[in-house]
Design a protein around this ligand. Structure first.
Ligand code: GDP
Length: 218
């Protein structure tokens, strides 16, 4: 009997392999002047507070608690750096639009975050998370404009897609996709995800894995 080989999807296989490798918390940075050069490519995750950012990062690397939720005091104001297999850094940025934080503090975080997004040569891409139920809000647009201005490549990720009715999913996706077209630095393809069901996570892993610094072939 001749065994038929399954068609290979090497890119997805590699991405899936990559994301089950060691993921370790390196450090949290509060002040820009404390930001070290790690010598690795970075991708950053940003979004409004409660958008599902920690759940997404945890889901990507298959850990329950590597990134902490914004309800956890302490780490929320920091830029948190995680190393994935020593080939890529995942950077969890503070959530914005946090209603209960004092204005002065919010301004301080924003300054740090913007400073980082503007002036980080190793930063390859930002993933801007949007809650599927709320769509793109005013402060998301501000963030998108800022990213356009500094010409940092970014991609919109819809989160909590499972929370939409099946009948709503298409319209929300199409609307977001149309809004993205107006932004020059935005990746043209929106990825709809759910950390709860795993929807879209493979596609997102594949996107992110492109930025990993693979060891030189022997
Ligand atoms: P963060 O503040 O952006 O880090 O958001 P969290 O990851 O802490 O998520 C905020 C809330 O949304 C939590 O109650 C999560 O359980 C919930 N959540 C996050 N992602 C999903 C998802 O994909 N589906 C559903 N149904 N709930 C989610």
């Amino acid at each position: 009997m001749i065994l038929m080989e399954q068609p290979e999807n090497k890119e997805q296989d590699w991405a899936d392999w990559f994301f089950v490798q060691d993921c370790t918390f390196i450090m949290g940075v509060v002040k820009l002047q404390d930001l070290p050069e790690f010598g690795l490519p970075e991708v950053a995750f940003i979004g409004r507070s409660n958008v599902g950012k920690s759940s997404l990062i945890n889901g990507l690397v298959g850990r329950k608690k590597i990134a902490r939720t914004s309800n956890t005091p302490g780490r929320t104001q920091e830029l948190n750096f995680f190393s994935l297999a020593n080939m890529l850094l995942l950077v969890d940025l503070p959530g914005y639009g946090y209603a209960e934080a004092p204005k002065k503090l919010v301004e301080k975080w924003q300054k740090v975050m913007k400073g980082y997004l503007r002036g980080r040569p190793t930063l390859q891409r930002a993933y801007l998370l949007i809650d599927s139920r709320h769509g793109i809000k005013e402060n998301d647009i501000e963030m998108m404009k800022m990213l356009d201005e500094v010409a940092l490549s970014y991609q919109i990720i819809l989160t909590k897609f499972d929370k939409l009715k099946i009948s709503e999913q298409n319209a929300v996706y199409e609307k977001t996709q149309a809004q993205v077209k107006e932004h020059p630095a935005a990746h043209p393809v929106v990825i709809a995800t759910s950390s709860a069901t795993g929807h879209g996570m493979g596609a997102l892993r594949r996107e992110i894995a492109h930025f990993a610094q693979k060891p030189a072939a022997e």
